[in-house]
Design a protein around this ligand. Structure first.
Ligand code: CA
Length: 447
Protein backbone atom coordinates (compact mmCIF):
# COMPACT_ATOMS: atom_id res chain seq x y z
CA UNK A 1 0.00 0.00 0.00
CA UNK A 2 1.30 3.43 -0.88
CA UNK A 3 1.20 5.99 1.90
CA UNK A 4 -0.45 9.37 1.30
CA UNK A 5 2.80 11.29 1.70
CA UNK A 6 4.53 8.92 -0.69
CA UNK A 7 1.79 9.47 -3.25
CA UNK A 8 2.01 13.25 -2.74
CA UNK A 9 5.75 13.30 -3.36
CA UNK A 10 5.25 11.14 -6.43
CA UNK A 11 2.71 13.68 -7.74
CA UNK A 12 5.08 16.55 -7.02
CA UNK A 13 7.81 14.73 -8.91
CA UNK A 14 5.38 14.08 -11.76
CA UNK A 15 4.55 17.80 -11.97
CA UNK A 16 8.27 18.60 -12.25
CA UNK A 17 8.63 16.24 -15.24
CA UNK A 18 5.81 18.11 -16.98
CA UNK A 19 7.24 21.60 -16.34
CA UNK A 20 7.12 23.32 -19.74
CA UNK A 21 10.41 25.11 -19.06
CA UNK A 22 12.28 21.80 -18.70
CA UNK A 23 14.76 21.14 -21.52
CA UNK A 24 17.03 18.19 -22.21
CA UNK A 25 20.72 17.92 -22.97
CA UNK A 26 19.56 15.57 -25.75
CA UNK A 27 19.24 18.42 -28.22
CA UNK A 28 16.83 16.71 -30.66
CA UNK A 29 14.26 16.55 -27.84
CA UNK A 30 14.05 20.35 -27.74
CA UNK A 31 12.96 20.81 -31.37
CA UNK A 32 9.46 22.25 -31.46
CA UNK A 33 8.24 19.55 -33.88
CA UNK A 34 9.60 16.64 -31.83
CA UNK A 35 7.00 14.11 -30.72
CA UNK A 36 9.29 13.13 -27.87
CA UNK A 37 10.36 16.13 -25.78
CA UNK A 38 11.54 15.46 -22.23
CA UNK A 39 7.94 15.97 -21.04
CA UNK A 40 6.84 12.82 -22.93
CA UNK A 41 9.31 9.92 -22.37
CA UNK A 42 7.15 7.12 -23.84
CA UNK A 43 8.14 3.50 -23.44
CA UNK A 44 8.99 1.23 -26.39
CA UNK A 45 10.56 -2.17 -27.06
CA UNK A 46 13.69 -1.96 -29.20
CA UNK A 47 16.62 -4.05 -30.36
CA UNK A 48 19.92 -3.40 -32.11
CA UNK A 49 21.18 -5.87 -34.72
CA UNK A 50 21.00 -9.31 -33.15
CA UNK A 51 20.39 -8.12 -29.59
CA UNK A 52 17.46 -9.48 -27.65
CA UNK A 53 14.71 -6.82 -27.54
CA UNK A 54 14.24 -4.86 -24.31
CA UNK A 55 12.25 -1.91 -23.04
CA UNK A 56 13.54 1.62 -23.59
CA UNK A 57 12.30 5.18 -23.36
CA UNK A 58 12.17 7.58 -26.30
CA UNK A 59 13.60 11.08 -26.13
CA UNK A 60 14.00 13.23 -29.25
CA UNK A 61 15.42 10.99 -31.97
CA UNK A 62 17.07 8.69 -29.40
CA UNK A 63 16.07 5.83 -27.11
CA UNK A 64 17.31 5.58 -23.55
CA UNK A 65 18.56 2.06 -22.85
CA UNK A 66 17.06 1.61 -19.37
CA UNK A 67 19.03 -1.59 -18.82
CA UNK A 68 22.27 0.35 -19.37
CA UNK A 69 21.16 3.03 -16.89
CA UNK A 70 20.37 0.32 -14.35
CA UNK A 71 23.70 -1.46 -14.83
CA UNK A 72 25.58 1.80 -14.27
CA UNK A 73 23.82 2.35 -10.96
CA UNK A 74 22.02 5.49 -12.16
CA UNK A 75 18.60 4.47 -10.89
CA UNK A 76 17.47 3.90 -7.34
CA UNK A 77 14.60 3.41 -4.92
CA UNK A 78 11.11 3.11 -6.35
CA UNK A 79 12.43 3.12 -9.92
CA UNK A 80 14.39 -0.11 -9.51
CA UNK A 81 11.51 -2.53 -9.92
CA UNK A 82 10.37 -0.75 -13.08
CA UNK A 83 13.92 -0.58 -14.46
CA UNK A 84 14.44 -4.29 -13.83
CA UNK A 85 11.19 -5.03 -15.67
CA UNK A 86 12.61 -3.11 -18.65
CA UNK A 87 15.15 -5.91 -19.19
CA UNK A 88 12.31 -8.10 -20.48
CA UNK A 89 11.56 -8.41 -24.17
CA UNK A 90 8.07 -7.00 -23.76
CA UNK A 91 6.41 -4.44 -21.49
CA UNK A 92 4.04 -6.88 -19.80
CA UNK A 93 6.12 -7.12 -16.60
CA UNK A 94 6.47 -3.33 -16.44
CA UNK A 95 2.75 -2.86 -17.09
CA UNK A 96 1.88 -5.41 -14.39
CA UNK A 97 3.58 -3.24 -11.77
CA UNK A 98 0.96 -0.53 -12.28
CA UNK A 99 1.57 3.16 -12.74
CA UNK A 100 3.62 4.17 -9.70
CA UNK A 101 6.87 2.27 -10.41
CA UNK A 102 6.81 3.46 -14.03
CA UNK A 103 6.21 6.99 -12.72
CA UNK A 104 9.26 6.72 -10.46
CA UNK A 105 11.38 5.51 -13.37
CA UNK A 106 10.08 8.26 -15.65
CA UNK A 107 10.82 10.84 -12.94
CA UNK A 108 14.42 9.65 -12.47
CA UNK A 109 15.04 9.47 -16.21
CA UNK A 110 13.69 13.01 -16.60
CA UNK A 111 16.13 14.20 -13.94
CA UNK A 112 18.98 12.35 -15.64
CA UNK A 113 18.11 13.76 -19.07
CA UNK A 114 17.27 17.36 -18.19
CA UNK A 115 19.58 20.23 -18.92
CA UNK A 116 21.02 21.27 -15.56
CA UNK A 117 20.04 17.92 -13.99
CA UNK A 118 21.89 14.94 -12.60
CA UNK A 119 23.19 13.75 -15.97
CA UNK A 120 24.11 17.10 -17.46
CA UNK A 121 27.70 17.22 -16.20
CA UNK A 122 28.34 13.70 -17.45
CA UNK A 123 26.58 14.06 -20.79
CA UNK A 124 29.76 13.34 -22.77
CA UNK A 125 30.06 9.89 -21.24
CA UNK A 126 26.36 9.26 -20.56
CA UNK A 127 25.22 9.95 -24.12
CA UNK A 128 27.12 7.08 -25.74
CA UNK A 129 26.44 4.78 -22.79
CA UNK A 130 22.70 5.31 -22.50
CA UNK A 131 21.39 6.51 -25.84
CA UNK A 132 20.71 4.60 -29.03
CA UNK A 133 19.61 6.43 -32.19
CA UNK A 134 16.08 5.47 -33.20
CA UNK A 135 17.27 5.08 -36.78
CA UNK A 136 19.62 2.28 -35.64
CA UNK A 137 17.03 0.09 -33.91
CA UNK A 138 14.15 -2.18 -34.71
CA UNK A 139 11.00 -1.31 -32.78
CA UNK A 140 8.80 -4.19 -31.68
CA UNK A 141 5.24 -4.74 -30.55
CA UNK A 142 5.18 -3.14 -27.07
CA UNK A 143 3.63 -6.10 -25.24
CA UNK A 144 2.48 -9.65 -25.68
CA UNK A 145 -1.19 -8.93 -26.26
CA UNK A 146 -3.23 -11.55 -24.45
CA UNK A 147 -6.56 -10.04 -25.34
CA UNK A 148 -7.70 -7.30 -27.67
CA UNK A 149 -11.11 -5.72 -27.22
CA UNK A 150 -12.35 -3.13 -29.67
CA UNK A 151 -14.97 -0.60 -28.63
CA UNK A 152 -17.22 1.63 -30.72
CA UNK A 153 -17.04 4.82 -28.67
CA UNK A 154 -17.55 7.50 -31.33
CA UNK A 155 -21.27 8.16 -31.69
CA UNK A 156 -20.53 9.98 -34.96
CA UNK A 157 -18.85 6.89 -36.40
CA UNK A 158 -21.56 4.59 -35.06
CA UNK A 159 -24.30 6.77 -36.56
CA UNK A 160 -22.59 7.20 -39.95
CA UNK A 161 -21.85 3.49 -40.30
CA UNK A 162 -25.23 2.45 -38.93
CA UNK A 163 -26.94 4.65 -41.52
CA UNK A 164 -25.16 2.79 -44.33
CA UNK A 165 -25.84 -0.69 -43.03
CA UNK A 166 -29.29 -0.01 -41.51
CA UNK A 167 -30.75 3.17 -43.05
CA UNK A 168 -33.95 2.95 -40.99
CA UNK A 169 -32.26 2.26 -37.70
CA UNK A 170 -28.75 3.74 -37.61
CA UNK A 171 -28.10 3.87 -33.88
CA UNK A 172 -29.28 0.86 -31.90
CA UNK A 173 -31.12 1.61 -28.64
CA UNK A 174 -28.35 0.24 -26.39
CA UNK A 175 -25.68 2.60 -27.76
CA UNK A 176 -26.22 5.44 -25.28
CA UNK A 177 -26.33 3.09 -22.30
CA UNK A 178 -23.59 0.54 -22.94
CA UNK A 179 -20.02 1.11 -24.16
CA UNK A 180 -20.39 -1.31 -27.10
CA UNK A 181 -17.41 -3.52 -27.90
CA UNK A 182 -16.44 -6.94 -29.17
CA UNK A 183 -13.60 -9.32 -28.47
CA UNK A 184 -11.05 -8.97 -31.24
CA UNK A 185 -8.14 -11.20 -32.10
CA UNK A 186 -4.86 -10.65 -30.25
CA UNK A 187 -2.59 -12.76 -32.49
CA UNK A 188 -2.95 -10.39 -35.43
CA UNK A 189 -2.13 -7.21 -33.47
CA UNK A 190 1.19 -6.15 -35.03
CA UNK A 191 3.60 -3.27 -34.74
CA UNK A 192 3.61 -0.34 -37.14
CA UNK A 193 5.48 -1.12 -40.36
CA UNK A 194 4.27 -4.70 -40.62
CA UNK A 195 2.94 -5.29 -44.19
CA UNK A 196 -0.84 -5.49 -44.47
CA UNK A 197 -2.12 -8.33 -46.63
CA UNK A 198 -5.41 -7.87 -48.40
CA UNK A 199 -7.68 -10.54 -46.90
CA UNK A 200 -9.61 -13.14 -48.84
CA UNK A 201 -13.16 -13.67 -47.82
CA UNK A 202 -16.82 -14.07 -48.63
CA UNK A 203 -18.77 -11.13 -49.92
CA UNK A 204 -22.31 -10.83 -51.19
CA UNK A 205 -23.68 -7.67 -52.72
CA UNK A 206 -27.35 -6.74 -52.34
CA UNK A 207 -28.16 -7.96 -55.87
CA UNK A 208 -26.04 -11.12 -55.77
CA UNK A 209 -27.92 -14.41 -55.43
CA UNK A 210 -25.08 -16.18 -53.66
CA UNK A 211 -21.81 -15.06 -52.08
CA UNK A 212 -18.47 -15.17 -53.88
CA UNK A 213 -15.06 -15.64 -52.32
CA UNK A 214 -12.01 -13.59 -53.25
CA UNK A 215 -9.75 -10.75 -52.17
CA UNK A 216 -11.60 -7.95 -50.39
CA UNK A 217 -12.59 -5.11 -52.72
CA UNK A 218 -13.39 -2.71 -49.88
CA UNK A 219 -10.28 -2.62 -47.73
CA UNK A 220 -10.35 0.22 -45.21
CA UNK A 221 -8.41 1.64 -42.28
CA UNK A 222 -9.83 2.71 -38.93
CA UNK A 223 -8.27 5.56 -36.96
CA UNK A 224 -8.24 4.49 -33.32
CA UNK A 225 -6.39 4.83 -30.05
CA UNK A 226 -5.14 1.74 -28.22
CA UNK A 227 -5.24 1.84 -24.43
CA UNK A 228 -2.79 -0.60 -22.83
CA UNK A 229 -3.98 -2.22 -19.63
CA UNK A 230 -1.43 -1.96 -16.81
CA UNK A 231 -2.25 -3.67 -13.51
CA UNK A 232 -5.02 -6.18 -14.11
CA UNK A 233 -7.95 -7.38 -12.00
CA UNK A 234 -8.66 -10.85 -10.70
CA UNK A 235 -11.43 -12.92 -12.29
CA UNK A 236 -14.65 -12.09 -10.50
CA UNK A 237 -13.48 -8.66 -9.32
CA UNK A 238 -14.44 -5.32 -10.81
CA UNK A 239 -12.71 -1.97 -11.34
CA UNK A 240 -14.62 1.09 -10.11
CA UNK A 241 -14.54 4.09 -12.41
CA UNK A 242 -12.64 6.01 -9.73
CA UNK A 243 -9.76 3.50 -10.06
CA UNK A 244 -9.81 3.09 -13.85
CA UNK A 245 -6.83 5.39 -14.46
CA UNK A 246 -4.68 3.22 -12.20
CA UNK A 247 -5.27 0.28 -14.55
CA UNK A 248 -4.48 2.17 -17.76
CA UNK A 249 -0.76 2.15 -18.47
CA UNK A 250 -0.65 4.31 -21.58
CA UNK A 251 -1.86 4.95 -25.09
CA UNK A 252 -0.70 4.21 -28.64
CA UNK A 253 -2.20 4.75 -32.08
CA UNK A 254 -4.18 1.86 -33.54
CA UNK A 255 -5.23 1.11 -37.12
CA UNK A 256 -7.97 -1.52 -37.05
CA UNK A 257 -7.82 -2.52 -40.73
CA UNK A 258 -11.25 -3.60 -41.94
CA UNK A 259 -12.64 -5.37 -45.02
CA UNK A 260 -16.03 -3.74 -45.48
CA UNK A 261 -17.42 -6.20 -48.03
CA UNK A 262 -16.60 -9.16 -45.77
CA UNK A 263 -17.98 -7.23 -42.80
CA UNK A 264 -21.33 -6.45 -44.44
CA UNK A 265 -21.98 -10.13 -45.20
CA UNK A 266 -20.74 -11.69 -41.97
CA UNK A 267 -21.44 -9.21 -39.15
CA UNK A 268 -24.92 -10.40 -38.22
CA UNK A 269 -25.76 -11.95 -35.83
CA UNK A 270 -22.52 -12.14 -33.80
CA UNK A 271 -20.53 -9.11 -34.93
CA UNK A 272 -17.14 -8.64 -36.62
CA UNK A 273 -15.07 -11.72 -37.40
CA UNK A 274 -12.81 -12.24 -40.43
CA UNK A 275 -13.38 -8.68 -41.68
CA UNK A 276 -11.35 -7.40 -38.74
CA UNK A 277 -8.88 -10.03 -37.55
CA UNK A 278 -6.36 -10.17 -40.39
CA UNK A 279 -4.24 -7.25 -39.09
CA UNK A 280 -4.51 -4.51 -36.46
CA UNK A 281 -1.46 -2.21 -36.38
CA UNK A 282 -0.27 -0.31 -33.29
CA UNK A 283 2.39 2.38 -33.01
CA UNK A 284 5.47 1.26 -31.07
CA UNK A 285 5.56 4.04 -28.46
CA UNK A 286 3.37 3.84 -25.36
CA UNK A 287 2.67 7.34 -24.09
CA UNK A 288 1.98 7.10 -20.37
CA UNK A 289 -1.04 8.58 -18.66
CA UNK A 290 1.46 10.59 -16.63
CA UNK A 291 2.78 12.31 -19.77
CA UNK A 292 -0.82 12.94 -20.84
CA UNK A 293 -1.78 14.54 -17.52
CA UNK A 294 -1.78 18.14 -18.88
CA UNK A 295 -4.14 17.10 -21.67
CA UNK A 296 -6.97 15.62 -19.62
CA UNK A 297 -10.33 17.23 -20.38
CA UNK A 298 -14.06 16.54 -20.36
CA UNK A 299 -15.50 14.66 -23.33
CA UNK A 300 -17.80 16.57 -25.66
CA UNK A 301 -21.17 17.03 -23.93
CA UNK A 302 -23.93 14.54 -24.65
CA UNK A 303 -26.83 15.76 -26.77
CA UNK A 304 -29.92 17.11 -25.03
CA UNK A 305 -32.25 14.29 -24.16
CA UNK A 306 -29.55 11.63 -24.03
CA UNK A 307 -29.64 9.45 -20.91
CA UNK A 308 -27.13 10.03 -18.12
CA UNK A 309 -24.72 7.10 -17.77
CA UNK A 310 -25.75 4.56 -15.15
CA UNK A 311 -24.09 5.19 -11.76
CA UNK A 312 -21.21 2.70 -12.20
CA UNK A 313 -20.21 4.58 -15.37
CA UNK A 314 -20.38 8.05 -13.93
CA UNK A 315 -18.44 10.16 -11.45
CA UNK A 316 -17.39 13.80 -11.16
CA UNK A 317 -13.77 13.08 -11.89
CA UNK A 318 -14.50 11.18 -15.10
CA UNK A 319 -16.90 13.92 -16.21
CA UNK A 320 -14.27 16.58 -15.60
CA UNK A 321 -11.21 14.79 -16.99
CA UNK A 322 -12.17 11.46 -18.50
CA UNK A 323 -11.08 12.60 -21.95
CA UNK A 324 -7.68 13.15 -23.54
CA UNK A 325 -7.31 16.22 -25.74
CA UNK A 326 -5.59 14.50 -28.66
CA UNK A 327 -5.59 15.47 -32.31
CA UNK A 328 -5.48 12.41 -34.58
CA UNK A 329 -4.60 12.50 -38.27
CA UNK A 330 -4.77 10.01 -41.12
CA UNK A 331 -2.51 10.48 -44.13
CA UNK A 332 -2.45 8.46 -47.32
CA UNK A 333 0.27 7.86 -49.90
CA UNK A 334 -0.31 5.75 -52.98
CA UNK A 335 2.41 3.75 -54.72
CA UNK A 336 2.39 6.38 -57.49
CA UNK A 337 2.89 9.17 -54.96
CA UNK A 338 5.72 7.24 -53.34
CA UNK A 339 7.41 6.68 -56.73
CA UNK A 340 7.15 10.43 -57.40
CA UNK A 341 8.67 11.26 -54.01
CA UNK A 342 5.43 12.82 -52.74
CA UNK A 343 4.77 12.96 -49.00
CA UNK A 344 1.62 11.32 -47.58
CA UNK A 345 -1.37 13.67 -47.79
CA UNK A 346 -3.72 14.17 -44.86
CA UNK A 347 -7.24 12.90 -45.48
CA UNK A 348 -8.77 13.16 -41.98
CA UNK A 349 -8.28 14.99 -38.72
CA UNK A 350 -10.30 14.05 -35.65
CA UNK A 351 -10.38 14.96 -31.98
CA UNK A 352 -10.24 12.23 -29.35
CA UNK A 353 -12.58 14.38 -27.23
CA UNK A 354 -15.42 13.62 -29.66
CA UNK A 355 -15.99 10.18 -28.12
CA UNK A 356 -19.24 9.27 -26.42
CA UNK A 357 -17.52 7.09 -23.82
CA UNK A 358 -14.26 7.72 -21.95
CA UNK A 359 -11.51 5.13 -21.80
CA UNK A 360 -12.22 4.87 -18.08
CA UNK A 361 -15.87 4.04 -18.75
CA UNK A 362 -14.83 1.42 -21.32
CA UNK A 363 -12.39 -0.24 -18.92
CA UNK A 364 -14.82 -0.16 -15.99
CA UNK A 365 -17.64 -1.53 -18.10
CA UNK A 366 -15.37 -4.29 -19.45
CA UNK A 367 -14.57 -5.48 -15.92
CA UNK A 368 -18.06 -4.82 -14.55
CA UNK A 369 -19.11 -8.46 -15.00
CA UNK A 370 -15.96 -9.76 -13.32
CA UNK A 371 -14.02 -10.21 -16.56
CA UNK A 372 -10.31 -10.23 -15.73
CA UNK A 373 -8.21 -7.72 -17.63
CA UNK A 374 -4.50 -8.46 -17.79
CA UNK A 375 -1.32 -6.42 -18.28
CA UNK A 376 -0.73 -5.86 -21.99
CA UNK A 377 -4.38 -6.19 -23.00
CA UNK A 378 -5.37 -3.71 -25.68
CA UNK A 379 -8.61 -1.77 -25.51
CA UNK A 380 -9.30 -0.10 -28.86
CA UNK A 381 -11.37 3.08 -28.74
CA UNK A 382 -13.23 2.32 -31.94
CA UNK A 383 -12.94 4.54 -35.00
CA UNK A 384 -12.53 8.15 -33.95
CA UNK A 385 -14.81 10.34 -36.05
CA UNK A 386 -16.01 13.85 -35.34
CA UNK A 387 -19.25 15.53 -36.36
CA UNK A 388 -17.80 17.56 -39.25
CA UNK A 389 -16.68 16.72 -42.76
CA UNK A 390 -13.03 15.72 -42.87
CA UNK A 391 -13.15 14.32 -39.34
CA UNK A 392 -14.25 10.82 -40.32
CA UNK A 393 -11.75 8.18 -39.26
CA UNK A 394 -12.25 5.65 -42.08
CA UNK A 395 -12.86 5.59 -45.84
CA UNK A 396 -16.26 3.92 -45.39
CA UNK A 397 -17.50 7.18 -43.91
CA UNK A 398 -15.30 9.61 -45.87
CA UNK A 399 -16.29 8.20 -49.28
CA UNK A 400 -19.84 7.11 -48.40
CA UNK A 401 -18.96 3.46 -48.89
CA UNK A 402 -16.90 4.23 -51.99
CA UNK A 403 -19.66 6.20 -53.74
CA UNK A 404 -17.87 9.55 -53.38
CA UNK A 405 -14.18 8.75 -53.85
CA UNK A 406 -11.46 11.01 -52.51
CA UNK A 407 -9.44 12.85 -55.14
CA UNK A 408 -5.77 13.06 -54.17
CA UNK A 409 -3.51 15.98 -55.20
CA UNK A 410 -2.09 14.00 -58.15
CA UNK A 411 -5.59 13.27 -59.47
CA UNK A 412 -5.78 9.67 -58.27
CA UNK A 413 -9.04 8.64 -56.65
CA UNK A 414 -9.76 6.32 -53.77
CA UNK A 415 -13.04 4.82 -52.64
CA UNK A 416 -11.21 2.12 -50.68
CA UNK A 417 -7.54 1.14 -50.42
CA UNK A 418 -5.57 -0.16 -53.39
CA UNK A 419 -2.49 -2.35 -53.22
CA UNK A 420 0.60 -0.24 -52.54
CA UNK A 421 -1.34 2.35 -50.52
CA UNK A 422 0.38 3.49 -47.36
CA UNK A 423 -1.74 4.67 -44.42
CA UNK A 424 -0.04 6.77 -41.76
CA UNK A 425 -1.71 7.57 -38.45
CA UNK A 426 -0.23 10.33 -36.31
CA UNK A 427 -1.41 11.97 -33.11
CA UNK A 428 -0.38 14.72 -30.77
CA UNK A 429 -1.51 16.65 -27.72
CA UNK A 430 -1.09 20.39 -27.55
CA UNK A 431 -2.49 23.10 -25.32
CA UNK A 432 -1.38 26.44 -23.87
CA UNK A 433 0.91 26.10 -20.87
CA UNK A 434 2.16 22.63 -21.83
CA UNK A 435 4.78 21.28 -24.19
CA UNK A 436 3.35 19.51 -27.24
CA UNK A 437 3.86 15.75 -27.18
CA UNK A 438 3.25 13.22 -29.95
CA UNK A 439 2.76 9.51 -30.52
CA UNK A 440 5.08 8.88 -33.47
CA UNK A 441 3.59 7.00 -36.41
CA UNK A 442 1.43 3.98 -37.05
CA UNK A 443 2.16 2.93 -40.63
CA UNK A 444 0.99 0.11 -42.85
CA UNK A 445 1.40 -0.52 -46.57
CA UNK A 446 -1.20 -2.68 -48.29
CA UNK A 447 -0.09 -5.54 -50.51
CA1 CA B 1 -12.55 -0.89 -35.00
Amino acid sequence: MVSASHADSSLEALAATLDPSRRSWVSSANASESDFPIQNLPFCVFSRASDVPRVGVAIGDQIVDVHAALSRGLLHGDALAAAEACSHRSMNALMALGRLPARALRTQLSELLRAGGAGDDARESLGPALLVAQRDVTLHLPAVVGDYTDFYASVHHATNVGRMFRPDNPLLPNYKWVPIGYHGRASSVVVSGTPVHRPMGQRKGPTDDVPAVGPSRSLDYELEVAAWVGAGNALGSTIPLSAADEHLFGLSLLNDWSARDLQAWEYQPLGPFLAKNFTSSVSPFVVTLDALEPFRAPLAPRADGDPAPLPYLSDDRDRARGGFDLTLDVSLRTATMRASGDAPVRVSRASFLDLYWSLGQMLTHHASNGCNLRPGDVLGSGTVSGPLDGAQGCLLELTRRGAQPLTLPNGEQRGFLEDGDEVVLTGYAERPGAVRIGFGHCIGVVG
